[in-house]
Write a protein that binds this ligand. Structure first.
Ligand SMILES: Cc1ncc(COP(=O)(O)O)c(C=O)c1O
Length: 385
């Protein structure tokens, strides 16, 4: 059996042709493909505005800038995520406050967030960054209610979940991740291991026009050429740098790859769901499986996670058999960088317990039935030895 990674991009001839076409055109960056990608992505998610940026981390940074996070502002997020979800608060001098996860969904526990908010004087916390971890959507309707009560903004980190959704309580209406109905801003990543690959790449989505316009300016050095916004105008060449921004632009050939990949996003999602259903069926009731992602409506399955004892034994055994499962994530509060602020082992028991047992199994659209069976059989083999 050839090596089986935990995740893998799927590049086909259509993608290569799309990129090649741009390479032969007049625009390598900030040409027509950027706007086309933004519009197509906004339509896919069901949101008004989308801003393409150079990666998911840049997207998060622009969000905290656009929301005006300042030195000392406290922002709540989950420890079970990639470090960037928390780091974006630090980029602008804010303070990261971690709240533990729900041990069943692995998502930021709203009850823990509520406890933090209720136990502090009003105005202490400025915002919440929930993460659609592994592709499972956070219930943002509930988070919005809580955030409104405490005057907080929400950035939804939807890097794992394009196409994922939760069902709105009363109407059971699907609410797609990043659709802007609840979160002020949402972000996505197009790193190759994600659903849509553009090499590096990211997107910010929102229904808020003011934030959208701010993001456009911050993406390009804080510069505007819009005649209506200029303080002066010296002629056709004139622009003004009105804010301290960055170069977080995506290139046109990356956007072309993104557009091409987006056309197969639903197909890929469907295959991920089939794979998940199969894992769930095979692992159900097995005594060595202590927990698993399961088959959940609206889950986008960036990852399929099992919780097991002797995780390192299984991890190493799978590697010997050419299966490269992964661990997502080492809790962010236990990173040396965050430990310097006083975070320590024992602070987030659910996230820490999850980390001690979790393993992300191969999950990507081109994983064949035969490869998946091999993964499952090899796991059975390990525990029945
Ligand atoms: C949950 C989460 N947030 C943010 C990021 C950052 O995205 P990028 O790698 O595109 O900067 C990632 C990507 O790894 C992620 O998984």
């Amino acid at each position: 059996m050839k090596p089986i990674p935990y995740g893998k991009q799927n590049i086909i001839q259509q993608d290569i042709d799309a990129v090649t076409e741009v390479l032969k055109s007049n625009f390598l960056t900030q040409g027509p493909k950027i706007i086309e990608f933004e519009n197509a992505f906004a339509q896919y998610i069901g949101v008004k505005y989308a801003v393409a940026v150079s990666n998911g981390t840049a997207a998060l940074h622009l969000c905290t800038l656009a929301l005006g996070v300042k030195f000392g502002d406290k922002v709540i997020t989950t420890p079970m995520t990639f470090a960037a979800s928390a780091n974006c608060v630090r980029f602008v001098g804010g303070e990261v406050i971690f709240a533990d996860i729900d041990p069943l969904t692995y998502l930021l526990d709203i009850n823990k967030v509520e406890k933090l908010l209720e136990s502090s004087p009003p105005g202490i916390y400025k915002g919440i960054i929930p993460v659609d971890f592994a592709g499972r959507s956070v219930n943002l309707e509930a988070f919005r209610k809580l955030a409104d009560k405490h005057d907080c903004w929400i950035i939804e980190d939807a890097c794992h979940a394009p196409g994922g959704y939760f069902n709105k309580d009363e109407s059971k209406q699907k609410q797609f991740c990043g659709n802007g109905n609840y979160a002020d801003l949402a972000i996505f990543s197009f790193h190759p291991v994600k659903h849509i690959a553009s090499g590096e790449g990211g997107m910010i989505t929102t229904n808020n026009k003011d934030l959208y316009e701010k993001l456009l300016i911050l993406r390009t050095h804080g510069i505007t050429k819009d005649p209506q916004l200029l303080h002066e105008n010296h002629g056709g060449w004139y622009y003004e740098m009105q804010e301290l921004g960055y170069n977080y632009r995506l290139t046109d050939f990356q956007a072309a790859l993104g557009i091409s990949q987006l056309q197969r996003a639903d197909e890929g999602l469907q295959r991920r769901q089939e794979i998940a259903e199969n894992y769930q069926k095979e692992f159900e009731g097995k005594p060595f499986i202590k927990g698993q992602s399961g088959f959940v409506d609206g889950h986008a399955y960036h990852l399929y996670v099992i919780e097991v004892d002797d995780r390192i034994g299984l991890y190493n055994y799978l590697r010997e058999k050419n299966i490269f499962a992964q661990v997502h994530y080492i809790p962010v509060h236990l990173m040396p960088y965050y430990k310097q602020f006083g975070w320590k082992e024992g602070d987030m028991p659910n996230a820490e317990n999850y980390y001690n047992h979790c393993l992300s199994l191969p999950m990507y659209p081109t994983l064949s039935d035969k490869e998946q069976s091999y993964v499952i059989q090899t796991i059975f083999e390990f525990y029945n030895k």
